[in-house]
Design a protein around this ligand. Structure first.
Ligand SMILES: Cc1cc2nc3c(=O)[nH]c(=O)nc-3n(C[C@H](O)[C@H](O)[C@H](O)COP(=O)(O)O)c2cc1C
Length: 250
């Protein structure tokens, strides 16, 4: 098994996989790592749907056009989940507070599911697997995904995670330098210097995109990401949450 240092510092998203199965003991370890994720109030407001069924993977690929969904060996779908506590509260005749009506309910489910996904990413990496988070499972057709996965009320998809034996070893992507990530004791005030540093980083990404192994592109970081934001503004996630039983008022 790789060290924590190697697992964290050499991780890249891997989107091409060998056909081999992931060994069961590796999946067992990933399950254990996910189960031991820290969660809000220890409420464990998440569930994971582990997809090995090829037909279902292909259906999800057809919706998202993300090839890694059909070529991965396992696809883990991380969901925010208040259904389980609702089921238990009903069994014990406890009144479940309307947690799905407030934004903090939405946020804490997303945090729990995201941390659980990160546990899986690191565990998978340590075992030599490749992984790729797939947000399109949340955004492109959430109602259809909910139907395919038979999601009950109080549950929604936060993100998918494709797993497999790596068939590619992409270059590490350059990330923001430390001074743009860590601010000491308070948020940075020097917005002019920060703009200069961001501008320099943007150039680093542009250069990386122009020269990286396995498919180069001619774009900088800012334009690339703003283009994604532009698409994201069209997603109607609030409607989807309502359909999943969320009635957010505050
Ligand atoms: C929440 C989330 C959603 C993502 N969704 C997708 C996706 O739908 N398709 C994809 O190819 N990569 C997706 N990614 C992977 C990112 O593109 C990738 O992490 C980023 O480009 C940085 O590259 P690296 O992981 O190799 O460091 C997603 C990552 C995260 C954290």
């Amino acid at each position: 098994m790789l060290s924590v240092k190697d697992s964290l510092l050499n991780r890249t998203s891997v989107r091409r996989y060998e056909r081999e199965q992931i060994p069961q003991e590796t999946m067992d370890f990933i399950y254990e790592a996910v189960r031991n994720t820290p969660t809000s109030y220890n409420g464990q407001q998440f569930s994971v749907i582990d997809i090995s069924d090829q037909t279902l993977k292909e259906e999800l690929y057809a919706l998202t056009n993300q090839k890694q969904l059909k070529t991965c060996n396992r696809l883990l779908i991380f969901c925010s989940d208040f259904n389980k506590m609702q089921v238990l509260a009903a069994r014990k005749d406890v009144k479940m507070p309307p947690i799905t009506d407030c934004m903090d309910g939405v946020i804490l489910g997303i945090i729990d599911a995201s941390l659980a996904m990160m546990s899986a990413v690191v565990a998978a990496q340590a075992c030599g697997l490749g992984s790729n988070c797939v947000g399109y499972l949340r955004t492109v057709d959430p109602a259809k995904v909910a139907e395919l996965l038979h999601l009950p009320k109080g549950v929604f998809v936060v993100c998918g995670l494709a797993l497999g034996i790596p068939r590619e070893h992409p270059d590490l992507k350059p990330k923001q330098p430390k001074d743009l990530v860590f601010f000491q004791n308070r948020y940075r005030e020097d917005s002019e210097t920060m703009a200069d540093e961001l501008f320099d980083y943007d150039k680093v990404v542009e250069e990386y995109n122009r020269t990286r192994a396995g498919g180069t592109t001619e774009n900088d970081w800012c334009a690339h990401i703003c283009n994604y934001y532009d698409h994201a503004t069209a997603y109607r996630i609030l409607d989807y949450l309502k359909a999943q039983g969320y009635d957010i008022t505050h």
